[in-house]
Write a protein that binds this ligand. Sequence first.
Ligand SMILES: C[S@@+](CC[C@H](N)C(=O)[O-])C[C@H]1O[C@@H](n2cnc3c(N)ncnc32)[C@H](O)[C@@H]1O
Length: 249
Amino acid sequence: MTDDNSTHFGFETVRKEDKAGRVAGVFHSVAAKYDLMNDVMSGGIHRLWKRFTIELSGVRSGHKVLDIAGGTGDLSHKFARLVGPEGQVILADINESMLRVGRDKLTDLGHAGNLHYAQADAQYLPFPDNTFDCITIAFGLRNVTDKDLALRSMLRVLKPGGRLLVLEFSKPTSGLLEKVYDTYSFRLLPFMGKVIANDADSYRYLAESIRMHPDQETLKSMMDDAGFVETRFYNMTGGIVALHKGIKP
Ligand SMILES: C[S@@+](CC[C@H](N)C(=O)[O-])C[C@H]1O[C@@H](n2cnc3c(N)ncnc32)[C@H](O)[C@@H]1O
């Protein structure tokens, strides 16, 4: 149970003002091995989830894109190619370790000029109103303390007609899949985290935070309440992941 002053950090109830610090600890700890762990944990499938996100983004030459909670920059990498020299991509993340790994990786991949980096909190985006054609938040919203505040902040900085895409773990659509997935997440994930990244706790948090995140319909309602229109979601891998889309009216 949480009251007005408390929230979840995985299965733990913590004070709201303590959550960001706890989340920061996780991502400082996993940053160096983040990309490797993503590939191992998902068997590479996270690349397909991200590809579908890019397809649905409608991003094209000259667009301005914000990739919030962008971390090590998989989406920003693709967007920077799509928007071309006339466009702009901002890879924003609250965590300096994740941002550093992302910036180093994308610089090595040859990106410069149309890709910028910002240390920013999704709840208080430091950009003017009506700035972006598209905003993505991939596997990030789950970690944000006040998700409603973050959704309103994203709505504010989107241009009218601009789209928000939220890629996030969600609720499996079949009971059998849910059982298998539970065993995988609570037994195998922390074990792999321990062996590969010497960090079982962070991967236990990952499993717990996924279970505490709003399901498909709840997140859709939250987007409606924040003021997005034409909201809908697409289940992927049996609902293990969902992509939510909403438009700024
Ligand atoms: C699981 S990673 C996702 C990285 C990348 N988007 C991807 O899909 O691979 C989650 C990211 O959310 C960031 N994050 C957590 N809370 C945030 C907040 N309040 N504002 C912005 N970023 C946040 C973390 O620092 C981390 O880099």
